[in-house]
Design a protein around this ligand. Sequence first.
Ligand SMILES: Nc1nc2c(ncn2[C@@H]2O[C@H](COP(=O)(O)OP(=O)(O)O)[C@@H](O)[C@H]2O)c(=O)[nH]1
Ligand SMILES: [Mg+2]
Length: 416
Amino acid sequence: MLLTVIIPTFNEAPNIPELVRRLAVVLDPDDAEILFVDDSTDDTPTAVLSAAEWSAVPTRLLHRDQPIGGLSGAVIEGLRESTSAWCLVMDGDLQHPPEMIPALLAAARESQADVAVASRYCGGGDNTGLSGWARRSVSSISTTLTRAMFPRRLRHCTDPMTGFFAVRRAAVDLERLRPRGFKILLEILARHEITIVEEPFVFAQRFAGQSKADLAQGMRFLSQLAELRFGRMSRFAIIGAFGAIANLAIMAGLTAAGMYYAAAATAAAAATIVGNFFFQERFVFRELRTESRLFWTRFGSSFAFNGTEALIRLPILVILVEHLFIPNLIAQGATIACAFFARFVFHAQVVYRPRGSGAFSAQVSSLAATRVWPTHQPTARTKLCAPTGTPTTSPDASFVGPTGTGQDRPHGTGRD
Ligand SMILES: Nc1nc2c(ncn2[C@@H]2O[C@H](COP(=O)(O)OP(=O)(O)O)[C@@H](O)[C@H]2O)c(=O)[nH]1
Ligand SMILES: [Mg+2]
């Protein structure tokens, strides 16, 4: 088997027949199978089993009585269960167009990449299927923050939060993955040195049923990020905190020596911006320096950003307090927090951006113009030339259909 389409489901019964029907149009029954990894409490299992009876493509159900790790745990279970060379992960609500699968696999084959990511944020990709501007904004902001936290690993991935991707099974070490929340692709990319290709896609509206994303998922995502990336961001924060203390000390010294307070504040800000830069070079972004731009360019862009940010923070504070009537300490806390994230994103994404990342984006965008998959259009059935996969077993899940066999893989953790 060359391809297993892994579909995690939680109460998606009304979507199953349409999803299997559309998958059967694009998948070759000799090369591909569909595997539902289901944690439902409704009649989704019955819907899958009845679709399996008429589907031309082999369709299996793996129902978990204990939904360990939620959505991510289900995907990992599916990867473990698969004996195929490639696994394609997609949602069960038709927000991910099945018609795009051949293009994703072709992109992986052409570029010899380990992962083919369907992206809402490159080329003609689009996330308008996310309900409401608030969810769209949260998605865009968290994507930007996540990419900033992994500037190297995610430099070729504009949408690490997508749930629609194909991965070469042998390229993933399941033992490294921690099943948490909704973002399994991020977990895979952050913990492996892996090559990526992207295809843009338009994230559709749900076919039926309700989204299962909620605030708790958001909190789980933040803890996933912190765990994956605790090191760099916390170092950045510690240096920023020392910088703030140094700022106050310098200002106190200069005013005690008779300098006008505004001039003292400016001098203190300039001194700490320069000091912070050198500490960040040394302790936060050290290993990124050789791949990024020249020293003086890094210094110039860092100084310009921090200087501008320091200048505009005060007027923003005044607007929040005087015009929006936000209590001054809350307003000050909010501006400091925003400034912190803005500074971190800017340094990771601009100051220490690896050289050549721009060229890749341009290449992806030009591909995008010709291949966007907004609606369902029948395409050629999937044909994929790839090496054979890594079979493994699934100990605590019941399933319908053939099993795989086990193979152990080494441990390890990823570094950006
Ligand atoms: N197996 C399993 N699937 C889940 C779970 N939570 C969500 N899903 C599935 O994951 C996919 C994405 O979830 P969805 O609610 O559409 O999230 P959204 O697209 O971000 O709004 C859907 O196919 C869900 O049925 C879970 O706990 N277990
Ligand atoms: Mg969805």
